[in-house]
Design a protein around this ligand. Structure first.
Ligand code: SF4
Length: 229
């Protein structure tokens, strides 16, 4: 595999762990608020080989607990991703995988093969609005299968939604709650307009703190824990 970036240390991307983060190239969605347009459009200039990433990890075994694999959409890399995860696990690291949930088969193989310790899956919108929000055709049955897989799995996981007023109404948040009912952890993420795939979204806003708090209370009726980021 080739990667589009390597963040040498992060204290916030794997709960409670010191991690590094690698970015896979390519995505099957085009979320307008995406912070990684060069990964999604596959225009990364300075790619990093898998060998370089593994060499970096070999030199950091004493310092890092975990590797976060994010993107882009990592599961698009299929067998190559599983092969990379095996090499990371063989070096003794915990692995967190970020995914948009479009490939439940690869997610299942990663979980069953004990190649991941934590999965963070985006819930972009209620199923009824998915294609509109991610600007691509979507197999919502696959998204649903990934949700069910994680809810019934022993692996640690979280669901999370980036909330933008223009894309996500209070009713949408409630519908998301019903669709992930029974989940252990869910995070409402405040939209922060920085570098975005669709620059027109730089002017979009999210809800107030008080509104987020009301959403959190409502979501806590569907999930065990709902946090705000
Ligand atoms: S936010 Fe995630 S799923 Fe959406 S386009 Fe960006 S990398 Fe893909």
């Amino acid at each position: 595999m080739k990667f589009g970036g390597l963040e040498k240390i992060t204290l916030i991307d794997y709960p409670g762990k010191i991690a590094c983060m690698v970015y896979t190239i390519g995505c099957n969605f085009r979320c307008p608020y995406c912070h990684n347009p060069e990964l999604v459009d596959e225009t990364v200039v300075d790619t990093i080989s898998e060998r370089k990433v593994l060499e970096f990890l070999d030199g950091r075994r004493a310092m890092l607990d975990a590797v976060v694999v994010t993107g882009g959409e990592p599961t698009m890399h299929g067998e190559a991703l599983l092969c990379f995860l095996k090499k990371v696990k063989a070096r003794g690291f915990l692995v967190k995988l970020d995914s948009n949930g479009t490939n439940p088969e690869i997610l299942k193989r990663a979980i069953d093969g004990k190649l991941v310790d934590y999965v963070a899956m985006d819930i972009k919108s209620p199923m009824s609005k998915y294609a509109q929000v991610v600007a691509r055709p979507v197999d919502v049955a696959a998204i649903r299968a990934s949700i069910e897989l994680l809810i019934s799995s022993p692996v640690e996981y979280e669901f999370r939604t980036t909330v933008i007023k223009a894309l996500c109404s209070p009713e949408d948040i409630d519908e998301i709650g019903r669709e992930i009912r029974g989940a252990r952890r869910y995070f409402l993420q405040k939209f922060v307009p920085t570098k975005l795939l669709n620059p027109q979204f730089l002017k979009k806003v999210t809800y107030s703190d008080a509104e987020f708090e009301a959403f959190r209370k409502k979501m806590n009726t569907y999930v065990t824990y709902c946090g705000i980021r």
